[in-house]
Ligand binder design. Structure first.
Ligand SMILES: *Cc1c(COP(=O)(O)O)cnc(C)c1O
Length: 382
């Protein structure tokens, strides 16, 4: 099976992890974190071109900490897309605020800023643009809306490390940008996260939030939690930072070949980069013209050992917990895309032969009449 994503780990990661064990330095509750945490933070800071990076133990923790640092809490509304991983909305609920779901652009699956504008109320305090699949959001439009309505911008860059908008790294536009180092992401530590910011006050606040609000002893200055990244994970993340550029180049090579091979294929829209929006190719996501055939096409690719996967169906507002909270929510573009998208593997472990086979099988599946019947026999989403 060619999995949809696979951590790229080697001897360097092993050595660094072993050194943590040999030094018996599994974690540090110091305000600035352990040695590998600090190493990782400075490498990431340099890569992103921002002033501060604060490592935490997940992307979810990064979002939660960012919301707390922005002062978001009970009574506040936060604009979030529904076409994302549930963590984006869960972090808002965990902070005590209300997620208000916003529709997306059909062509690249990122936040529809005109819909966001319509959903701003007196209670709206923040907006979380999600650079889904590594596709940068329209940050000019997001920033303009945020400025006009005094909203904090917290970017969910969990999928977009290395993607750029107008030549600048995603995650560096808002007050804070949140990253994940979960096993599937372009850079992994197994679990882990990070927040980028240029604001020294927010950076100090985030460091306190990650460590029970303490700086020295039990001087609980703000409400915090234990969001610390363990040194074992930081060791892996640190080594991965050094390999990031080459890992992204391998993804790009695969993605560009995929686009070349699928160019002109019938009934499928390909992901489109531009000079202003350069992708990290976290996922190569196509959109099938015939929604009814999607699950059949996916089943067929999987039967051929190709880990084609659907993200995100159902979208967050249709999942059981949020269905209860936002029963009346209608997001036509989100629902349209959720029924048609299909992501293909292009990670660095995928070889040229794999890309050629994936593209060929997809074209075959799209043109095959049996795929449609496979679709009707597969379980449908409620
Ligand atoms: C992975 C992801 C998260 C959460 O990150 P974790 O490290 O799994 O907690 C949040 N938002 C998006 C868009 C993600 O893809």
């Amino acid at each position: 099976m060619i999995p949809i994503n696979k951590p790229q780990l080697g001897e360097e990661e092993k050595r660094e992890v072993m050194s943590v064990i040999e030094e018996n330095a599994l974690t540090s509750a110091a305000a600035d974190g352990g040695k590998r945490v600090r190493d990782f933070e400075s490498l990431m800071k340099e890569y992103l071109g921002c002033k501060h990076v604060i490592a935490v133990n997940s992307g979810t923790a990064a979002l939660h900490a960012a919301l707390l640092a922005a002062g978001i809490g009970p009574g506040d509304e936060v604009l979030v897309p529904s076409f994302t991983f549930v963590a984006t909305a869960n972090a808002v609920v965990a902070a005590g605020a209300k997620p208000v779901f916003v529709d997306i652009e059909k062509h690249d699956y990122t936040i529809d800023v005109s819909d966001a504008k319509r959903k701003v109320t007196r209670k709206t305090k923040a907006v979380i643009p999600v650079h889904l699949y590594g596709h940068p959001c329209d940050m000019d439009a997001v920033s303009e809306l945020a400025q006009k309505r005094s909203l904090a911008v917290i970017e969910d860059a969990c999928q977009s490390l290395g993607s750029t908008y107008k030549k600048r790294q995603t995650g560096t536009f808002g007050a804070m940008g949140c990253f994940s180092m979960y096993a599937s992401k372009v850079l992994t530590a197994g679990e882990g996260g990070a927040i980028a910011t240029d604001d020294s006050r927010l950076a100090d606040e985030l460091k306190m939030i990650r460590n029970h609000g303490m700086v020295k002893g039990y001087d609980t200055r703000v409400l915090g939690l234990n969001l610390r990244l363990p040194e074992l994970a930081a060791a892996i993340a640190k080594v991965q930072m050094a390999k990031l550029t080459s890992m992204l180049a391998a993804r790009r090579k695969n993605a560009e070949l995929m686009s070349e091979l699928l160019q002109g294929a019938k009934d499928v829209a390909l992901p489109q980069e531009s000079d202003d929006r350069v992708f990290n190719w976290y996922l190569y996501t196509v959109c099938l013209a015939k929604g009814a055939a999607r699950d059949g096409v996916m089943a067929r690719l999987q039967k051929e050992g190709i880990g084609a996967t659907v993200y995100y169906n159902p979208p967050v507002h249709k999942t059981p917990y949020y269905r209860k909270l936002s029963a009346a929510t209608k997001l036509p573009a989100t629902e349209w895309c959720a029924g048609r998208v299909l992501s293909l593997p292009v990670h660095p472990g995928v070889g040229e032969g794999d890309v050629r086979r994936t593209a060929a099988e997809l074209v075959l599946a799209l043109s095959s009449p049996t795929t449609a019947s496979a679709a009707s026999s597969s379980p449908s989403q409620p």
